[in-house]
Design a protein around this ligand. Structure first.
Ligand SMILES: *Cc1c(COP(=O)(O)O)cnc(C)c1O
Length: 424
């Protein structure tokens, strides 16, 4: 780490060491007072790839020129459009191509997969999640329990984090083991959205399976951020969105994973739609549903190709950078941020994201020691200087330096703005 963390030349040199990683020129960087923002909110809405407009316009053009024949014309025909993103998405989540599908939005996919993989019985009907889960995950599991005539008061198990907000392996393992006789499903995040803690999915899946439960993962904050191996982890299913680290635009089409060991899931209940039918017999318009192979069998409708198009532009960028170099750049920027906080701002803020590199990704969550009001004041001050993080109640500012477009110099700018605020 640098001797002088505020040495602008040395910081610029750090960025030059990652010239092979950055794709900053391939993104549209939001502006503030005529200059680039320091945009640290890629964990909330990733920036727009310059090529996104081309991919959308290609569809608009085809629609204009060909009308309905766009479904069947050319390599980017809409009939098989989801296949254009399948391999790239599979690489990001560590899956076989047939195990993933881009469809719907995250919450919809979670409900759909729970319809197949949460099958409560009299003895085994509880769901285990982390306390303080992202609200949609809480609403999904509560409403699924109620849908099955169960009561969340009895059948929803929420694991308490330790005082520091983190979940140790031991706490998770014990919570699963203690409820082994009644667990139907473990639903866990890949990365906790508030603290940024990264979890060992393989271990969690093993504990869940040992207890006789299914296991699903919400990977909204994992994809495009940390190494993922959903297949090797032996997840039964997983869901994620593509608008955070995967930069595919507001409301982008989301993703789902179903492990190949479940085949096309024909022995499970399913909420089916015609697009999940085998492609070769789909247009026979038969009344009997024949599931496609793999995760595609869970598709419902013909996909919103306009909303899926930017994902192609984004995946091209991910495929152009070796994953280990992306992680190295993210690691270097977050190490730098930790060092700044420790050496210069420890009186004002503390990092509430775990320190161990394998327990964190791009996101560093900063807690404002002086509490909520001061925290909000700082957040607004940063914003007024073109430094954008995001605020999470009651007192956390999340900062996510992402390797494809952020820089150490962005982090330095954050630090300089913090200094200005502390002295002001
Ligand atoms: C962002 C996020 C979501 C978002 O759900 P949508 O259905 O895309 O609105 C869900 N779960 C988690 C953990 C998230 O971080």
């Amino acid at each position: 780490m640098l001797d002088n963390l505020f040495d602008a030349n040395a910081v610029a040199e750090l960025d030059r060491q990652f010239a092979d990683v950055t794709r900053r020129d391939a993104f549209r960087i939001p502006q503030h007072d005529g200059a680039d923002m320091a945009y640290f909110v890629g964990n909330s809405l990733g920036l727009q790839p310059v090529r996104a407009a081309d991919t959308v316009n290609e569809i608009l053009g085809k629609w204009a020129d060909l009308g309905v024949d766009g479904h069947f014309t050319g390599e980017t025909q809409w009939l098989t459009y989801h296949r254009l993103v399948r391999d790239g998405v599979a690489r990001l989540v560590g899956a076989e191509p047939s195990e993933v599908v881009a469809m719907n939005t995250l919450t919809v996919n979670l409900h759909l997969l729970m319809a197949s993989f949460f099958k409560p019985t009299n003895e085994r009907r509880a769901i285990l999640i982390e306390k303080g889960a992202f609200p949609t995950d809480s609403y999904v599991v509560q409403s699924q329990l109620e849908f099955h005539g169960l009561d969340p008061v009895h059948d929803l198990i929420e694991v308490e984090p330790a005082a520091d907000g983190w979940f140790s392996d031991e706490v998770i393992r014990n919570a699963i083991a203690d409820n082994a006789d009644r667990l139907a499903l473990v639903l866990w995040p890949g990365v906790q959205y508030r603290s940024g803690q990264v979890f060992d999915l393989k271990a969690i899946a093993a504990w869940a399976h040992e207890a006789g439960a299914m296991v699903g993962f919400d990977c909204a904050h994992s994809i495009g951020n940390v190494t993922m191996n959903l297949h090797d982890a032996d997840a039964d299913f997983a869901v994620w969105c593509h608008y955070k680290y995967v930069n595919s635009g507001p409301g982008a089409v989301a993703g789902a994973f179903v492990h190949s060991k479940h085949g096309n899931g024909s022995d499970r209940p399913r909420l089916a739609g015609w697009w999940g039918n085998r492609q070769d017999t789909r247009f026979k318009m038969a009344s009997h549903f024949e599931p496609a192979q793999g995760a595609e069998a869970w598709q419902l409708s013909n996909p919103p190709v306009l909303a899926m198009a930017p994902l192609r532009a984004s995946l091209e960028l991910f495929d152009s950078v070796p994953a280990d170099r992306r992680y190295a750049y993210a690691r270097s920027m977050t190490d730098y941020l930790f060092a700044l906080v420790d050496r210069h701002f420890a009186d004002t803020i503390e990092a509430v994201t775990p320190r161990e590199p394998e327990r964190r990704g791009c996101q560093v969550s900063l807690r404002i020691r002086a509490g909520r009001d001061k925290g909000r004041e700082l957040f607004s001050f940063l914003e007024s200087r073109g430094v954008l993080g995001d605020w999470r109640e009651p007192d956390v500012i999340r900062i996510a330096p992402v390797p494809l477009y952020n820089t150490h110099q962005d982090v330095l700018r954050l630090a300089n703005t913090l200094t200005e605020w502390c002295n002001g």
